[in-house]
Write a protein that binds this ligand. Sequence first.
Ligand SMILES: Cc1cc2nc3c(=O)[nH]c(=O)nc-3n(C[C@H](O)[C@H](O)[C@H](O)COP(=O)(O)OP(=O)(O)OC[C@H]3O[C@@H](n4cnc5c(N)ncnc54)[C@H](O)[C@@H]3O)c2cc1C
Length: 436
Amino acid sequence: MVIGAGPVGLAAAAHLTERGLDFVVLEAGEQAGASVSQWGHVRVFSPYRYNIDAAARRLLEADGWSAPDPDWLPTGAELIDDYLAPLAKLFGDKVRLGAKVSVISRLGYDRVRTAGRDDAPFLIRLADGTELTARAIIDASGTYTSPNVLGASGLPAHGEHEVVVDHALPDVLGADRDRYEGKRVLVVGAGHSAATTLLALTELDDTPITWAIRAGDAARTYGGGEADALPARGALGTRLRAHVASGRIQLLTGFFTHRVHATGQGVEVVSRDPSGREQSVTVDRIVSATGYRPDHSIASELRLDLDPVLGSTRALAPLIDPNQHSCGTVPAHGVDELAHPEPGYYAVGVKSYGRAPTFLMATGYEQVRSVVAALAGDWEAARDVQLDLPETGVCSSNLAEAQEQRVGLATGISGGLLSAPLPLATVSAGDGGCCG
Ligand SMILES: Cc1cc2nc3c(=O)[nH]c(=O)nc-3n(C[C@H](O)[C@H](O)[C@H](O)COP(=O)(O)OP(=O)(O)OC[C@H]3O[C@@H](n4cnc5c(N)ncnc54)[C@H](O)[C@@H]3O)c2cc1C
């Protein structure tokens, strides 16, 4: 059973098909790539050559599909139209849409019971109460539907759930324009998503913009300007810095979101820093660009061994640590790094990375190739993990900006602006993940 028809879940389906293993893909949304469709207006950094799984390519080409230009950086919408939707179509009714998994267990076994456990099939319960069984679970349900909270300590800010808080990366210059134009907007977060949204907002008239970050300054978001080893980051940072300097964007530093509440004048967002000092801003809309976290609740009856920091498996954590790795320097990994004490359950794709923002589709494709090989009993192939991700270019946003000036920089990737080899540097823990 595969959970999620995103890029990695569908790649798993392609490998299962090639291996002749029966499968079903359960997708909560009403289309393949349902989460990708939420950021359909954003152009990715990595060109198509890295975004198409090898097994998927073979199946699609056998069906008469022509691969898109390998150097093209697609938007999320293009990724769906040109790749994910045709791929899902190949699998017919093996991809079940509107099938949201609410919980997984072992048939007849709660988490405590051991004897005979490994032989019991998995029990999958859907949101509508339907129950299914499977011999293995490939959980590719992503993290997009579980964003981090606004609250600075990782807990929801007081009142956060009582006001409307917008998900990161609204389509400010497209479908969502009316929601922002002429409104006072607060963007919270120091990563590329925040920067993308801020720059888009500056193009709207009569739209006062406030940007709140925990750090004492925005140096990390700005990058090194013209001297930046990463030209695209430098250019983005220079534009952002200029808007802050001109007053177009009001930057609030040392902002630790503590309380949010509606007043007659709008929504008041109150920061309380660790010393107890408060500052506040009143706005009409809040965009939370604070990153994502995995939701392991669907697997809470399974025996998971999670890294206490990232929420990935323990074996994977040191390989993806955003303090040490950018998206282009994560080493290849597969079934051994993804295994939990619960045999047959594998979280793959962006979910496997937990809170690390270093995920690339290409690494997810190698993960599922390895996991499916193991499920087929081909341990030699499963352990022969390989990843061809040159540091240079794979995450570059230079082309993305040139291809479509309207959209900014995608999110979700640490070091996602790599356009030249970058020496590893220690990232300050100051303002959370780099790509919130
Ligand atoms: C704006 C943005 C830009 C990015 N740019 C790049 C890039 O340039 N290059 C790159 O390699 N990576 C990029 N990434 C990172 C990553 O590759 C993508 O997030 C990718 O979509 C992850 O694929 P996935 O299949 O693991 O998860 P997702 O695409 O998130 O798919 C998960 C699927 O599971 C479904 N689902 C969730 N919960 C359930 C449930 N309970 N039951 C059933 N189904 C469920 C969802 O509806 C969704 O369809 C980007 C990410 C973002 C957000």
